[in-house]
Ligand binder design. Structure first.
Ligand code: ACO
Length: 214
């Protein structure tokens, strides 16, 4: 498929929350495996609020074709205590969709242990990556991740990390030279009654954490 020409990538501004969320509803949440693999189908308000809370850091990017958003990546800073915060939030929100999602993100963060593993005090973490359904396969996701790495370098982050919940995002960052740090198979992450917490459709089988030294 041909690469998308005339795409501009820029930082999301404070006044663009509603527009960004509309895009994420249409082109991210509907297919993102953790969202698909937990009930109910629509994202929790707490999940949406968390993503939007990253905008003030100046580390969220949109890809634009003219005025139209055709891709977005939501990213924010984290430090060594991130896993502890995620376990606390998962416990507090137990029984909700976002609580179930946080339970696997907490395990991913603990096991990847990126700050200790890469000997850094902080990292930029990409929380959500989405491309317009009609524009897939044109490397827009790769362009967003490349521009995010450049932005992170300018902001002096030593490391960029991402939990790839989708087989497509995992392939994409592999091609960009990210290092695979940890894999959690969805069927191995179980609740207290032994049932898998997240049941995404094929071909998604695992959450893979990747890192790029900057
Ligand atoms: N379904 C089927 N095929 C796909 C999909 C998809 N969802 N996404 C990409 N592909 C294919 C492309 O057609 C292309 O195939 P080709 O090499 O045969 O041409 C190949 O995968 C590579 O595509 P890219 O151009 O690298 O990726 P793209 O920019 O299209 O977008 C993305 C990838 C962002 C993951 C997209 O699939 C998406 O928005 N998915 C929905 C939300 C999601 O799951 N996001 C990732 C979750 S992890 C995270 O957010 C950190």
């Amino acid at each position: 498929m041909e690469l998308a020409a005339g795409i501009e990538v820029r930082v999301v501004s404070g006044g663009e929350s509603a527009r960004l969320m509309d895009f994420l509803h249409e082109h991210y949440y509907r297919e993102e495996p953790l969202t698909l693999g937990t009930d109910p189908p629509q994202p929790d308000a707490a999940d949406e609020a968390f993503l939007l809370s990253n905008i003030p850091h100046g580390t969220c990017l949109v890809a634009l074709l003219g005025d139209r958003i055709v891709g977005a990546v939501v990213a924010g800073p984290k430090t060594a205590d991130e896993a502890a915060h995620l376990f606390e939030d998962a416990e507090r929100l137990k029984g909700t969709k976002w609580g179930r999602i946080l339970s696997i993100l907490a395990v991913a963060e603990r096991d990847a242990n990126v700050c200790a593993r890469f000997d850094v005090e902080r990292a930029l973490h990409a929380h959500a990556l989405g491309v317009d359904v009609s524009m897939r396969g044109r490397r827009i996701g790769a362009r967003l991740m490349t521009e995010l790495a450049a932005l992170a370098r300018r902001l002096k982050y030593p490391l960029l990390t991402v939990d790839c919940t989708s087989i497509y995002s995992a392939r994409l960052v592999q091609q960009l030279g990210y290092e695979l740090v940890n894999t959690i198979r969805y069927d191995s992450h179980k609740d207290s009654s032994g049932q898998p917490v997240i049941k995404p459709p094929a071909p998604h089988e695992s959450l893979q954490t990747y890192a790029l030294r900057l």
